[in-house]
Design a protein around this ligand. Structure first.
Ligand code: FNR
Length: 182
Protein backbone atom coordinates (compact mmCIF):
# COMPACT_ATOMS: atom_id res chain seq x y z
CA UNK A 1 0.00 0.00 0.00
CA UNK A 2 1.35 3.41 -0.98
CA UNK A 3 0.24 6.50 0.95
CA UNK A 4 0.71 10.01 -0.39
CA UNK A 5 0.08 13.04 1.79
CA UNK A 6 -1.65 15.63 -0.39
CA UNK A 7 -1.67 19.32 0.57
CA UNK A 8 -3.45 22.15 -1.19
CA UNK A 9 -1.96 25.61 -0.73
CA UNK A 10 -5.25 27.48 -0.87
CA UNK A 11 -7.67 28.31 1.94
CA UNK A 12 -10.42 29.34 -0.49
CA UNK A 13 -13.67 27.37 -0.13
CA UNK A 14 -14.10 26.66 -3.85
CA UNK A 15 -10.34 26.47 -4.47
CA UNK A 16 -9.26 25.06 -7.82
CA UNK A 17 -6.18 23.60 -6.17
CA UNK A 18 -8.15 21.90 -3.40
CA UNK A 19 -10.41 20.56 -6.17
CA UNK A 20 -7.42 19.31 -8.12
CA UNK A 21 -6.21 17.48 -5.00
CA UNK A 22 -9.65 15.94 -4.41
CA UNK A 23 -9.70 14.76 -8.03
CA UNK A 24 -6.20 13.30 -7.66
CA UNK A 25 -7.38 11.35 -4.61
CA UNK A 26 -10.20 9.87 -6.71
CA UNK A 27 -7.96 8.93 -9.63
CA UNK A 28 -5.27 6.97 -7.79
CA UNK A 29 -4.24 3.56 -9.09
CA UNK A 30 -5.11 0.47 -7.04
CA UNK A 31 -3.06 0.18 -3.88
CA UNK A 32 -2.46 3.93 -3.64
CA UNK A 33 -4.17 6.34 -1.23
CA UNK A 34 -3.94 10.11 -1.08
CA UNK A 35 -4.40 11.31 2.48
CA UNK A 36 -5.59 14.93 2.23
CA UNK A 37 -4.05 17.15 4.90
CA UNK A 38 -5.08 20.67 5.80
CA UNK A 39 -2.97 23.77 6.30
CA UNK A 40 -5.94 25.92 7.33
CA UNK A 41 -5.22 25.87 11.09
CA UNK A 42 -1.49 26.50 10.78
CA UNK A 43 -0.61 29.86 12.37
CA UNK A 44 1.96 32.26 10.98
CA UNK A 45 5.44 31.05 11.87
CA UNK A 46 6.79 32.79 14.94
CA UNK A 47 10.10 31.63 16.43
CA UNK A 48 9.16 33.07 19.83
CA UNK A 49 5.92 31.10 19.82
CA UNK A 50 7.84 27.97 18.86
CA UNK A 51 10.39 28.50 21.65
CA UNK A 52 7.69 29.13 24.24
CA UNK A 53 4.96 26.69 23.24
CA UNK A 54 6.56 24.24 20.80
CA UNK A 55 4.89 23.12 17.61
CA UNK A 56 1.21 24.03 17.21
CA UNK A 57 -1.30 21.15 17.13
CA UNK A 58 -2.06 21.68 13.42
CA UNK A 59 1.65 21.39 12.62
CA UNK A 60 2.07 18.27 14.72
CA UNK A 61 -0.92 16.75 12.95
CA UNK A 62 0.65 17.46 9.55
CA UNK A 63 3.97 16.03 10.70
CA UNK A 64 2.23 12.85 11.87
CA UNK A 65 0.61 12.55 8.44
CA UNK A 66 3.91 13.25 6.68
CA UNK A 67 5.76 10.67 8.77
CA UNK A 68 3.14 8.06 7.88
CA UNK A 69 3.23 8.90 4.16
CA UNK A 70 5.53 7.43 1.54
CA UNK A 71 5.44 10.65 -0.48
CA UNK A 72 4.09 14.18 -0.60
CA UNK A 73 1.95 15.88 -3.27
CA UNK A 74 1.94 19.68 -3.19
CA UNK A 75 -0.95 21.28 -5.09
CA UNK A 76 0.13 24.87 -5.38
CA UNK A 77 -1.69 28.01 -6.39
CA UNK A 78 0.41 30.79 -7.91
CA UNK A 79 0.47 34.29 -6.40
CA UNK A 80 2.58 36.96 -8.08
CA UNK A 81 4.55 34.31 -9.94
CA UNK A 82 5.51 32.44 -6.77
CA UNK A 83 4.01 30.04 -4.25
CA UNK A 84 1.47 31.56 -1.82
CA UNK A 85 2.89 32.64 1.52
CA UNK A 86 0.33 30.57 3.44
CA UNK A 87 1.57 27.42 1.75
CA UNK A 88 5.27 28.16 2.26
CA UNK A 89 4.46 29.07 5.88
CA UNK A 90 2.91 25.65 6.46
CA UNK A 91 5.90 23.83 4.99
CA UNK A 92 8.27 26.01 7.04
CA UNK A 93 6.44 25.02 10.24
CA UNK A 94 6.41 21.37 9.15
CA UNK A 95 10.18 21.46 8.71
CA UNK A 96 10.73 22.36 12.36
CA UNK A 97 11.67 19.97 15.16
CA UNK A 98 11.31 16.33 14.11
CA UNK A 99 9.82 17.47 10.80
CA UNK A 100 13.09 18.25 9.06
CA UNK A 101 14.15 14.60 8.90
CA UNK A 102 10.73 13.66 7.51
CA UNK A 103 11.41 15.47 4.24
CA UNK A 104 14.80 13.90 3.63
CA UNK A 105 14.63 11.57 0.62
CA UNK A 106 10.82 11.88 0.50
CA UNK A 107 9.42 11.78 -3.05
CA UNK A 108 7.56 15.04 -3.69
CA UNK A 109 5.48 16.03 -6.72
CA UNK A 110 4.13 19.51 -7.42
CA UNK A 111 1.07 20.34 -9.50
CA UNK A 112 -1.27 23.31 -9.63
CA UNK A 113 -4.14 25.16 -11.24
CA UNK A 114 -4.79 28.79 -12.05
CA UNK A 115 -7.25 30.81 -14.12
CA UNK A 116 -4.38 32.19 -16.22
CA UNK A 117 -2.71 30.71 -19.27
CA UNK A 118 0.35 29.20 -17.61
CA UNK A 119 -1.27 27.09 -14.91
CA UNK A 120 1.17 27.80 -12.00
CA UNK A 121 4.38 27.11 -13.93
CA UNK A 122 6.27 29.79 -11.99
CA UNK A 123 4.97 28.73 -8.58
CA UNK A 124 5.88 25.11 -9.32
CA UNK A 125 9.42 26.14 -10.20
CA UNK A 126 9.65 28.20 -7.03
CA UNK A 127 9.12 25.09 -4.95
CA UNK A 128 12.30 23.51 -6.34
CA UNK A 129 14.89 25.36 -4.21
CA UNK A 130 12.70 24.74 -1.16
CA UNK A 131 12.55 21.01 -1.87
CA UNK A 132 16.29 20.93 -2.53
CA UNK A 133 16.95 22.61 0.82
CA UNK A 134 14.69 20.11 2.57
CA UNK A 135 16.67 17.34 0.83
CA UNK A 136 13.42 15.92 -0.53
CA UNK A 137 13.31 14.02 -3.80
CA UNK A 138 11.30 16.03 -6.36
CA UNK A 139 9.62 13.92 -9.05
CA UNK A 140 10.04 15.67 -12.38
CA UNK A 141 9.26 13.10 -15.07
CA UNK A 142 5.90 14.73 -15.77
CA UNK A 143 4.43 18.18 -15.25
CA UNK A 144 0.83 19.14 -14.68
CA UNK A 145 -0.12 22.78 -15.09
CA UNK A 146 -3.88 23.27 -15.19
CA UNK A 147 -4.49 26.57 -16.98
CA UNK A 148 -7.78 28.40 -17.64
CA UNK A 149 -9.11 26.81 -14.45
CA UNK A 150 -12.46 28.60 -14.76
CA UNK A 151 -13.21 26.35 -17.74
CA UNK A 152 -12.36 23.01 -16.14
CA UNK A 153 -13.66 23.33 -12.55
CA UNK A 154 -17.29 23.89 -11.52
CA UNK A 155 -18.52 26.52 -9.04
CA UNK A 156 -17.66 24.29 -6.06
CA UNK A 157 -14.12 23.81 -7.34
CA UNK A 158 -14.60 20.24 -8.54
CA UNK A 159 -12.61 19.16 -11.59
CA UNK A 160 -15.14 18.39 -14.30
CA UNK A 161 -12.99 18.33 -17.45
CA UNK A 162 -12.38 14.78 -18.67
CA UNK A 163 -9.13 15.50 -20.52
CA UNK A 164 -7.59 17.19 -17.46
CA UNK A 165 -8.79 14.28 -15.29
CA UNK A 166 -7.00 11.89 -17.68
CA UNK A 167 -3.80 13.93 -17.53
CA UNK A 168 -4.06 14.00 -13.74
CA UNK A 169 -4.60 10.23 -13.55
CA UNK A 170 -1.46 9.67 -15.69
CA UNK A 171 0.50 12.06 -13.50
CA UNK A 172 -0.55 10.30 -10.29
CA UNK A 173 0.13 6.86 -11.79
CA UNK A 174 3.63 7.94 -12.85
CA UNK A 175 4.35 9.41 -9.44
CA UNK A 176 3.04 6.28 -7.68
CA UNK A 177 5.29 4.10 -9.83
CA UNK A 178 8.33 6.15 -8.85
CA UNK A 179 7.35 5.95 -5.16
CA UNK A 180 7.25 2.14 -5.36
CA UNK A 181 10.85 2.05 -6.52
CA UNK A 182 12.11 4.87 -4.28
C1 FNR B 1 -3.21 35.59 -8.06
N1 FNR B 1 -3.44 34.80 -9.17
C2 FNR B 1 -2.41 34.47 -10.03
N2 FNR B 1 -2.55 33.49 -10.98
C3 FNR B 1 -1.50 33.16 -11.78
O1 FNR B 1 -1.62 32.28 -12.63
N3 FNR B 1 -0.29 33.79 -11.66
C4 FNR B 1 -0.08 34.78 -10.74
O2 FNR B 1 1.01 35.28 -10.64
C5 FNR B 1 -1.17 35.13 -9.89
N4 FNR B 1 -1.01 36.10 -8.93
C6 FNR B 1 -1.96 36.25 -7.97
C7 FNR B 1 -1.70 37.06 -6.85
C8 FNR B 1 -2.61 37.14 -5.83
C9 FNR B 1 -2.27 37.93 -4.60
C10 FNR B 1 -3.84 36.45 -5.90
C11 FNR B 1 -4.84 36.53 -4.76
C12 FNR B 1 -4.14 35.71 -7.01
C13 FNR B 1 -4.77 34.21 -9.37
C14 FNR B 1 -4.89 32.86 -8.72
O3 FNR B 1 -4.34 31.88 -9.59
C15 FNR B 1 -6.35 32.55 -8.42
O4 FNR B 1 -6.80 33.42 -7.38
C16 FNR B 1 -6.61 31.11 -8.06
O5 FNR B 1 -8.00 30.91 -7.98
C17 FNR B 1 -5.93 30.72 -6.75
O6 FNR B 1 -6.03 29.34 -6.53
P1 FNR B 1 -7.25 28.67 -5.74
O7 FNR B 1 -7.53 29.48 -4.51
O8 FNR B 1 -8.43 28.67 -6.69
O9 FNR B 1 -6.79 27.29 -5.45
Amino acid sequence: MTTILGLSGSLRRASYNAGLLRAASELVPEGVTIDIGSISDVPLYDADEEAEAGLPDAVQQLQTQLAAADALLLVTPEYNNGMPGVFKNAIDWMSRGPGLEMFVGKPVAVIGASPGGFGTIMAQDHWLPVLRTLRARPWQDRRLMVSKAGNVFDDEGSLVDESVRERLAKFVAGFAKMIETA
